[in-house]
Ligand binder design. Structure first.
Ligand code: UDP
Length: 322
């Protein structure tokens, strides 16, 4: 397969490129490097710098390369930023994909694997199934849901086939430690906690311990980035082999509390934890049902929470000593 990975210089995009190349696929990357890094670009991939909101940038790639499947990772993903700058989020996340789809249609490339998010479920608490109501509570989730719908209508009108993946809490790093979540992008629980054990942060603050969960802290579903990335390889094969359009959760079917994550990190090295107030917009529990991805793609995660935490630890240690 020849796969165009839009956003292939970012965290999840670069891991997907690594999995595609391990699977002996040909990879073309288009990335504007706004939050990606050249050092995350796999040396065997063909790289184009460009912005999908600029149609000429996209045409340049499609005119030069034969493409079987497109994958899209080039989104802005910071929830509080999306609340402050909704227009920027709609412009980047929705308009960018609209232009991409337009060029795909013009070049008769009609298969897309699209990265969406558990944020489309909004305040839903508990196990999320793909046909649950989608009621996002922030512009980030809204832009992903709007784009999901755009892809569905485009598929209906022009005969595209898509796989939409809704990600849960992604963390960890490739086993090679060549790529991972870079250090200036840290707000998520696992990398923040890891910083607390390698001397880059004094402590982890737990945002609220009065939720209706077993230990009062929020429950999330953590998924290793390489497991998530590999699902995209399976999704691309599925489409190329004639699979019909589907939306699937990517998670582990299991939830862990913030305290349990802190304990897993503390098992590597001592982590100081302090209690803080709730953070706005955090649902008590968000766990994926991954039965659909198992059934359709025969996908299931290989790595557990301990592996995820350990790989992020090794990567963060490596980049902090550079
Ligand atoms: N969290 C925390 N302290 C931190 C970062 C996150 O207690 O420094 C909590 C957060 O409130 C949520 C969970 O960890 O309950 C996962 O948050 P994260 O930002 O990693 O992902 P989200 O689920 O918001 O996408």
């Amino acid at each position: 397969m020849r796969v165009l990975v839009v956003g292939g210089a970012g965290y999840i995009g670069s891991h997907t490129v690594y999995e595609l190349i391990k699977d002996h696929q040909e990879v073309i990357i288009l990335d504007n490097l706004s939050s990606g890094y050249m050092e995350l670009v796999h040396p065997e991939a063909t790289f184009y710098q460009g912005d999908i909101r600029n149609k000429a940038d996209v045409i340049r790639v499609f005119a030069k390369e034969e493409i079987d499947v497109v994958m899209h990772f080039a989104a802005k993903i910071v929830v509080p930023e999306s609340v402050k700058e909704p227009l920027e989020y709609y412009y980047n996340n929705v308009e960018g994909v609209r232009v991409l789809l337009e060029v795909m249609k013009e070049f008769n490339v009609k298969k897309i694997v699209f990265s969406s998010t558990a944020a489309v479920y909004g305040e839903a608490s508990g196990i999320c199934h793909e046909d649950d109501p989608t009621v996002p509570i922030n512009p980030y989730g809204e832009t992903k849901l709007a784009t999901e719908k755009m892809i569905k209508w485009v598929s209906n009108a022009y005969g595209f086939n898509y796989v939409i993946f809704r990600y849960f809490n992604v963390a960890g790093a490739d086993q090679s430690l060549k790529i991972g979540l870079m250090k200036d992008q840290l707000t998520h629980l696992i990398p923040v906690a890891i910083q607390g054990i390698i001397g880059l942060r004094d402590h982890l603050m737990i945002f609220g311990d009065d939720y209706p969960t077993k230990d009062g802290t929020c429950i999330r579903d953590y998924i290793h980035v390489s497991d998530l990335a590999y699902a995209h390889v399976l999704g691309a094969h599925y489409l190329v082999n004639g699979g019909t359009s589907e939306t699937m959760n990517l998670g582990s079917n299991a939830g862990f509390t913030v305290r349990e994550v802190a304990e897993a990190v503390n098992a590597i090295a001592p982590l100081k934890v302090v209690m803080g107030p709730r953070r706005d917009g955090d649902p008590a529990e968000l766990v994926a049902s991954n039965d659909k991805a198992k059934r359709i793609l025969n996908w299931s995660p290989k790595y557990n929470l301990k592996d995820i935490v350990q790989s992020d630890y090794l990567y963060r240690k490596k980049i902090s000593y550079k």
